[in-house]
Ligand binder design. Structure first.
Ligand code: GDP
Length: 317
């Protein structure tokens, strides 16, 4: 059944409706996907900025500053603070929200924290649903702030158009440790807290590694910023816009969105398949199969192979 009321409220950019829809996604309520499907023709206009980096480097502070600039230019901004390490929304994140509250009440801002709520895995899908919702309601920019630099963050990053990787002075060793992941996903690098000692050195290290990895026409800039004192934030926004322009001009945006779309589709199909497989390969079915076909001797490889073969026949692959 269509939830026409919620759909209409969403189209009016009603903050409570946005909150409700995102909560539905977080709770795995399938109805929200019907809503997104129905309203999808409104999507595609928002520009998605990813802000990623280890906890404590100043992502929230930076996001706040960027959002202020965007608001000044009369853009609307949706902010999703995603914390894959938190088991519940709130907690550590709540402190950041309080700091950011000076813009939270602005009618052109919607701000939301998202955690895993104890369900590992589904965060990328939920985040994407939240991005679609904010896009559908007409946000010009969506900033997705992700804490950490592991695989789940990289999955989330696959939903954004421009990725800003944030580090802080003295992170040389950390950069070494995480470089394979971050060097590929950063379109712009920020050394925040440049009011502190060591920013130049960290920036030089990042530049060195970028030169080693340089493959594309877009050489990610490395900016020294001090979000807390508002230094370098307008330059960062200019670079984000420059990257957007570059992507639009070269066809890179279309290409990136197609790539992201493939990931998203893959994720949805895998998710649906998991449900089907969980039913097909239920404990009951497996026990029955083992007793009937394998005389109680359970060879997992053989059984899996047989199941896979049967599935292939079922689906006519
Ligand atoms: P996040 O965990 O990456 O979102 O980091 P936060 O934005 O919550 O910032 C963590 C701490 O660093 C806070 O106490 C901020 O006030 C502080 N901070 C943020 N930006 C700067 C900066 O440019 N310079 C300094 N010295 N501190 C900063």
């Amino acid at each position: 059944m269509r939830d026409i009321d919620l759909e209409n409220l969403l189209l009016k950019k009603d903050k409570k409706a946005i909150a409700k829809a995102i909560t539905m996604a977080e709770n795995g309520d399938e109805k929200v996907y019907e809503i997104i499907k129905n309203l999808y023709n409104k999507a595609g206009k928002a520009y998605v900025i990813g802000i990623t980096g280890p906890p404590g480097v100043g992502k929230s502070t930076l996001t706040n500053e960027i959002a202020k600039f965007l608001l000044k230019d009369n853009y609307s901004v949706g902010i999703l603070a995603v914390d894959p390490t938190s088991f519940f929304s709130g907690g550590a994140i709540l402190g950041d929200r309080v700091r950011m509250s000076d813009i939270a009440l602005n009618k052109n801002v919607y701000m939301r924290s998202m955690g895993t709520r104890g369900k590992l895995g589904g965060l990328a899908k939920t985040t994407r649903a939240a991005i679609h919702i904010l896009d559908i309601v007409g946000m010009d920019y969506i900033i997705v702030e992700t804490s950490g630099v592991g695989q789940s963050e990289i999955d989330i990053v696959k939903a954004s158009d421009t990725n800003v990787m944030v580090l802080s002075p003295g992170m040389g060793d950390d950069i070494q440790a995480i470089k394979s992941g971050i060097m590929e996903i950063g379109d712009i690098f920020v050394v925040n807290k440049s009011d502190r000692e060591g920013a130049d050195k960290t920036a030089a290290e990042i530049n060195f590694m970028l030169d080693l990895n340089d493959k594309s026409d877009w050489r990610p800039p490395v900016l020294e910023v001090s979000a807390l004192y508002g230094k370098g934030c307008s330059t960062l926004l200019s670079k984000i816009k420059e990257h957007r322009y570059y992507l639009e001009k070269t066809g890179g945006l279309k290409e990136r969105r197609l790539k992201n779309l493939r990931w998203e589709i893959l994720e949805i199909v895998i998710d649906n398949f998991m449900k089907v497989l969980n039913e097909k390969i239920s404990q009951e079915n497996i026990t029955e199969l083992i007793n009937a076909e394998y005389a109680g001797l359970a060879n997992p490889y053989m059984i899996a192979e047989d199941i896979y073969k049967n599935l292939k026949e079922d689906f006519k692959w």
